[in-house]
Each structure stands twice: as C-alpha cells, then as structure tokens.
Design a protein. Structure first.
Length: 528
C-alpha cells in the first residue's frame, strides 16, 4: 500500500522536474539568441572608434563581412553535424566557439585579429541559430512550437536594436572593447545551463562505425565546395565597385568561380545521395521552395530597414546615434509584440499560412509609406509607418521555420531548417552590401546631376551623424548647399526603401506558394 500511495507522488515529482528542465532549456535558448544577436550587431556604433584605434578605415567592411562570410560558409557543415551528432553537444560547441571569437575581438591587438575573431563568431553563429530551432523541435510538439518561435523572433528583434544603443554607450563611456566583453559572461551561464538541462536526444541519422563511411556521411567534399561558392560570391559583392571595378579580372573571376562551384556542388549533392548535406528533393517540395524565396526577401527587408532608418534619422533629422536608436524602437516593439501574437495565433488556429501572407503585405504597406519621407516629415508619420512595418515583420520572421518543420519528415527537417537559416543569412549579407552601394551611387549621381559646388565625396565620406557639419565646413557655411545635400541624401535613402518595398512584394508572392497545413495534425509525430 505504501508503494502504491507513493507512486503518484513520484510521477508528480518527475513531471515537475521535466517541466523545470523544459523552462530552463527555453530560457537558455532565448537568452543566447538575445546575446548572440547583440554580439553580431553591437559593433555598428563602435566601428568609427575601432577604426581610429587601429588607424585604418580599409577594414570597415570586413568587420561585418567576415562574420557574414563564415556564417554562410559553415551552414551546411552544421546541417550534417546536427543530423549525425547529438544536438546538445553541437550546440554547446557552437556557443563555446562563438564566445571565444567574441573574446578574441575584445582583446584584439590589431584589426586583423579582430577580423579573425569576427570570422570565428560568425561561423559558430550558424550552429547557434540552427541549433536553437532543432532543440525546439526536439523538445516541443509542433502545435506549441510556434509560440516559442515567436519568442525567438522577439528576442532576435530586441537584440538587434538594443545592441547599437549599448554599444554606443560602452564606446563613449568605457571602451569599445567592452562591446565584446559584455556578452561572454552571459555565454558562460548559457553553456552551463545547456550542459545541465538540455535533453540529449539521439540524432535523426545513425553514424557508421568504420572511419571511411563515417567521414563520407559528413559530406566533406560538398561542404568545402559549398563554402567556396558563397565565399567567392560575397567577396565579389564586398569588393565590387569599391576596391575593384565590376569589370576587372578579379571580379569577373570571382563571380565565374562562384557559378562554377555552385554547379559542382549541385553535382556533388546528387552523387552523395544519402550523405548529401542538402537532399535536393527537399527543394522540390512546394512549401520549402516557396519559403526559401520568402525568407530571402523578408529577412533582408528587415535588416535594410534596421540599418537605414537610423541613417535617415541621423542624416536628415540630425539625431545622435543614441537618439536614432530610440526613434527606431517603434518598429522593433511592434515586431516583438506581433511575433508573440503570431506564435499564439498559430498555436490556437493551427495554421501558419495566414500570418505568412499577412506579414509581407503589412511590410509592403509600411515600406511604401516610408517613400513619402521628406526632410520635413514629422513624428506622427514616421512613428505610425514603423508600427505597420514592424507588425508585418513580426508575422513574417519566424513562421517559415514552422512551415518547413511541418511539411518535412523527421529525416529531413534538420536539413530543411539549416537551409532556411542559410538563405536568411546569405540574403542579408548580399542585400546589405547592395543597399550600401545603391545609397552611395545615388548620392554621387544626385549631386552630379545638379551641377552643384558641393563635392559628392564630401557627402559620402561624412557619414550620417556628421553630414550637416561636414557640408557647412566644406562650403563655408552655405545653408542652401546644406539643404540641397539633405534633399539628395533623403532621395538616396528612399532608393533603399524602394528595395525594401520590392523585397516585401516578392515575399507576398512567395507566401501564396506555402501549403495550408495544420500543425495540430502532426502532433502525434512530435515530442510531447
């Protein structure tokens, strides 16, 4: 009798322990998404000070470029690792490598070492993002997963906008090195929590015991070719039009090499069959193909807005870096709120497709309204437009992961998730460079077409914060040329907003290709 009376209590204790571990697992994932996103974007406001410290401006592009390059290059490697090795072990390894890279950046004695640290962190971030989605898939049923994906999107948005504010404050009042030192202590907590509380689930595919077949399972040839493909492309985009002319031998060579390697990679994936990093059959799945286009447009639209809206506030409205960050909060706050609402809505309704359709529609409306921006635009307008865009973003940002994990089998969902994370990071890396070149080109062309005394290079090199003072100094205080410079700069930023609008519209088209699957119908196949 005593054993029977005690048995329900034992069950209750086990359930409490499981719930406790689940709560800590989710909290750890959220915290690490927030801090790793901060580490990625905190460098934005510190870059001018870093270039002054190392007495070089030639490496500015590499501070962000090295991160993006290694993220894209390592994505398919992590796809195979998460398929063949325990997600817990790979995640802990990726987090450790990420913060080692961050510490290297903080302690860097030279610009080159800083770039190496950024590359290490960037490569590891591919594992962090994919690992987050994989661990959520292993610990939660699909119907509940969308809620927590919404929370991940919220942490991602908050980290993206808070980081430049914190970075500016640390750079101004302490040291730029603390932009990198601030996150590793939190990373240590994440690592300890992951080791203690994350579930150690078996990988989707069993590894072979003999060495040669085991190595082949990791698709080393395909991984190397894949990395070379995107490194060549991103280098061409990074250097094109700035360091080298687009028609130079190096640029043509890099673009050609990228195309050849892409073809070679596709062939390698066909030959690898069951060992392929990305089974090509996944791309033939309607929802996956549509989602690839969807994330390749909506995610870069978010980052272009995140980077260029503060530029508009600083250059046109005369905001400081911190003020522009504060004025950029409406888009993030609405994104955070709608991410949570979308997660709850998907869990309640069972369908993700309505939110994926509505998201880019609101983004297109918001970015279209941004095209009305002028030097005289007032607070009620830019505040309301940001809220509309942010609400759409909250609907669009993380639901693609839900869609892919709903339509793919257990054997393929790791590769599908990695594909979505890769497409997002690659599209952002490309479009940020394209937008920067578009901005600079239209500033130069706009001033040249007006045959003004104002030197276009003065405006381009001044930067957003110092635009007004640079023009006044270069023109002996002529206010008419300041007004002209602001109008031209505003027109150039509007060109970037046009790109955001176009990306949002493509996202609308892609959303209609997503199947209307009910996440509740797949619950019996998922962990509970």
């Amino acid at each position: 009798m005593e054993e029977k009376d005690h048995y329900p209590e034992t069950q209750d204790e086990e359930q409490v322990e499981q719930n406790f571990k689940l709560i800590l697992t989710l909290a750890t994932l959220y915290l690490n998404i927030f801090t790793s996103t901060m580490s990625q974007t905190i460098i934005a406001t510190a870059t001018p000070t870093i270039t002054s410290h190392f007495h070089t401006i030639n490496d500015i592009g590499w501070y962000a470029g090295a991160y993006a390059l290694s993220t894209s290059a390592c994505q398919m490697l992590f796809s195979r690792l998460f398929t063949l090795v325990s997600a817990k072990r790979i995640y802990v390894g990726a987090v450790t490598a990420f913060y080692i890279g961050t510490i290297i950046c903080g302690a860097a004695p030279s610009s080159t070492v800083l770039i190496v640290g950024r590359a290490i962190s960037g490569g590891a971030s591919a594992g962090i993002m994919t690992g987050t989605f994989i661990i959520l898939a292993q610990t939660l049923p699909l119907s509940r997963r969308s809620i927590h994906l919404g929370a991940v999107g919220a942490m991602y948005g908050v980290g993206s906008v808070v980081a430049p504010l914190i970075g500016g404050a640390l750079t101004t009042h302490v040291s730029w090195r603390w932009c990198f030192y601030i996150c590793p202590p939190i990373g240590a907590v994440v690592i300890i929590s992951a080791v203690l509380f994350f579930p150690d689930m078996p990988p989707p595919m069993r590894r072979r015991t003999s060495w040669v077949p085991a190595i082949k399972q990791f698709d080393p040839i395909g991984t190397i070719i894949f990395a070379g493909t995107w490194v060549s492309l991103l280098l061409a985009i990074q250097w094109g039009g700035s360091r080298y002319a687009w028609n130079s031998r190096l640029e043509i060579g890099l673009l050609t090499l990228s195309g050849v390697l892409l073809i070679a990679w596709i062939i390698s994936q066909r030959l690898a069959k069951g060992n392929a990093s990305l089974p090509l059959r996944i791309l033939r799945q309607r929802t996956v193909a549509s989602t690839v286009v969807y994330v390749s447009t909506t995610t870069p639209a978010f980052f272009l807005m995140l980077y260029n809206l503060p530029i508009w506030f600083q250059a046109i409205k005369g905001d400081s870096a911190i003020e522009s960050g504060i004025h950029n909060l409406p888009v993030i706050l609405s994104e955070v709120a709608m991410s949570l609402v979308t997660g709850l809505g998907t869990s309640y309704l069972g369908y993700y497709a309505p939110f994926m359709i509505a998201g880019p529609i609101l983004m297109a409306i918001g970015s279209g309204l941004f095209l009305t921006f002028r030097v005289t635009t007032t607070l009620p307008h830019w505040l309301g437009y940001q809220i509309i865009f942010g609400a759409g973003l909250g609907m669009a940002l993380e639901q693609p992961i839900t869609a892919v994990q709903t339509v793919l089998t257990e054997a393929d969902y790791v590769a599908g998730t990695s594909l979505i994370v890769f497409c997002r990071s690659l599209a952002v890396a490309i479009m940020v460079q394209v937008a920067q070149k578009l901005l600079d080109t239209h500033i130069v062309a706009g001033l040249a077409s007006r045959q003004t005394e104002l030197d276009p290079q003065t405006v381009v090199k001044a930067g957003a914060t110092g635009l007004r003072s640079a023009i006044l100094q270069a023109t002996s205080g002529r206010q008419d040329l300041v007004d002209l410079g602001l109008r031209v700069y505003n027109e150039a930023i509007l060109r970037v907003f046009v790109v955001i609008l176009a990306l949002s519209c493509i996202g609308i088209i892609a959303s209609f290709g997503v199947e209307w699957r009910n996440v509740k119908d797949k619950n019996e196949e998922d962990p509970s």
